[in-house]
Design a protein around this ligand. Structure first.
Ligand SMILES: [Zn+2]
Length: 91
């Protein structure tokens, strides 16, 4: 039993590109979640608050690993975080 990650479990809604469990495909377009429209939306929604976005994706990754029985799978890490645009390290 994994604790709810801060109560930010994804909520399905029409046109929301929300993940459909337990396979973690998009409930709207059927692509592997996060699908491209969702990625664009997340970047827009979280904007500069990339830390919060990472927290959200981390929670989703943990839930997906549980559902997909792939704990710590590198491919899941890539899937949930690999698409994030790189930012130059602050210096
Ligand atoms: Zn989608």
């Amino acid at each position: 039993m994994v604790a709810e990650a801060g109560g930010i479990a994804p909520v399905a809604g029409a046109g929301e590109h929300a993940p459909r469990t337990p396979d973690w495909t998009c409930g709207t377009c059927g692509a592997e979640w996060p699908c491209q429209p969702k990625r664009d939306r997340l970047l827009t929604e979280y904007g500069v608050d990339r830390a919060m976005l990472s927290v959200y994706l981390g929670a989703c990754l943990a839930a997906a690993a549980e559902d997909l029985h792939a704990p710590g799978a590198t491919s899941l890490q890539d899937r949930f975080f690999g698409w994030l645009p790189r930012r130059r390290a602050p210096r």
